[in-house]
Design a protein around this ligand. Structure first.
Ligand code: IMP
Ligand code: MG
Length: 178
């Protein structure tokens, strides 16, 4: 597994520090709002599990799954809901937690879909942001790290369903996906 990584881009320690900061900022901003955190499966799972433990305030958690890249490293632009929320979000303060914003197509679709359900507010919290590949105008309200245009894996992010369990974020060797 590790031998397919070209370079560790963000270490386990850097991730832990940043997630603690994000959690504390979210706690300050949402302390009286009982926010609903939406974990976008599967990539955001590890991030969200650390993030909510860094938020020392009342909150609830729900999950959505949307179609992503499949086995390729290119976005198709077609978004499909594979699993929807269990509860309504009308009047709730909602935070979408994502692993990465790349082209922005997935989050743009999710944002519009959730806005049509009349939440009290909607914010986006993404661990990673790859702005160089953006195709639609969307910017996370809370962001951990801005990264270059490289395909990364680990800490929840996968290639072909592998590498999610790496404790750091690494750049995958191109030969691993050619
Ligand atoms: P977008 O719709 O292009 O913004 O892509 C969003 C989804 O693509 C993310 O939630 C990830 O699942 C996946 N993705 C984008 N870039 C990467 C990457 O560098 N590594 C792993 N998955 C990625
Ligand atoms: Mg994802």
């Amino acid at each position: 597994m590790h031998d397919q990584i070209e370079e560790v881009l963000i270490s386990q320690q850097e991730i832990q520090e940043k997630v603690k900061q994000l959690g504390s900022q979210l706690k300050d901003d949402y302390r009286d709002k009982n926010p609903l955190i939406i974990c976008v499966l599967k990539g955001a799972l590890i991030f969200v599990s650390d993030l909510i433990r860094a938020m020392d305030c009342p909150l609830s958690l729900d999950f959505m799954a949307v179609s992503s890249y499949g086995s390729s490293t290119k976005s198709s632009g077609v978004v499909q809901i594979l699993k929807d929320l269990e509860t309504g979000i009308e009047g709730r303060h909602v935070i979408i937690a994502e692993d990465i914003v790349d082209t922005g197509l997935t989050l743009n679709y999710l944002r519009n879909n959730l806005l049509s359900r009349d939440p009290a507010s909607l914010a986006i919290c993404s661990l990673l942001d790859k702005p160089s590949r953006r195709q639609v105008k969307i910017k996370p309200d809370y962001c951990g790290f801005v990264i270059p245009d490289k395909f990364v894996v680990g800490y929840g992010l996968d290639f072909d369903q592998q590498f999610r369990n790496l404790p750091y974020i690494g750049i995958l060797k191109p030969e691993a996906y050619i």
